[in-house]
Write a new protein. Structure first.
Length: 188
């Protein structure tokens, strides 16, 4: 309870939840939250202006075909990077001004890189499940370096999911790890 002369102030916090392919850039008392599996998020924060943003991309590059053409550009690392670069142009800031953090690319199934155990699994599918995470991480690293960003923190790979919460007023990113599913198959 506030007494006369005290200065207890409640500051409202806005929470933005990013789904696959989404992007947010802003400032103030904003938290950006997302859940990652094999997807990757890049979080950028400008310590002087206390602005920043985060993306949640699913694949390194846009493929060919109607489905890929119709998908939002934020679904892909290349498109997410273009969204960041547009915000830097809008704010008159530069890549070297930002603290950059890279997250995600987790294997969601234990044993995803092992040979298939069930007749319904194919070696190609198991390989794709493993490689998409690795390619997502590599794409993030390459694009950041290509555009002059330096990664200050990286929490990538491994098994399981990650819940991220990025506070734009402080630049802090909080991580909660999930577990991977056992992909050992079903007993007959």
């Amino acid at each position: 309870m506030a007494t006369k002369g005290s200065s207890l102030e409640t500051v409202a916090t806005t929470e933005v939840v990013l789904n696959i392919g989404e992007f947010y850039f802003g400032g103030g008392r904003t938290k950006i939250r997302t859940l990652l599996g094999s997807c990757v998020s890049i979080a950028m924060w400008h310590p002087r202006f206390k602005i920043g943003g985060m993306c949640h991309y699913m694949l390194p590059r846009r493929g060919s075909g109607d489905t890929a053409a119709a998908a939002p550009s934020g679904n892909y690392a290349e498109g997410a990077m273009q969204l960041f670069l547009q915000e830097l142009r809008n704010t008159g800031t530069h890549p070297q001004d930002y603290i950059v953090k890279l997250f995600g690319g987790g294997q969601m199934f234990v044993g995803a890189s092992e040979p298939p155990r069930l007749f319904t699994e194919t070696a190609a599918l198991r390989t794709d499940m493993h490689e998409v995470s690795t390619r997502n991480i590599a794409a993030g690293r390459e694009l950041l370096a290509q555009h002059g960003f330096s990664i200050s923190v990286e929490h990538t790979g491994g098994y399981g999911s990650r819940v991220l919460v990025f506070e734009l007023w402080s630049g802090d990113v909080w991580i909660r790890r999930g577990t991977a599913l056992n992909n050992g198959g079903v007993s007959a």
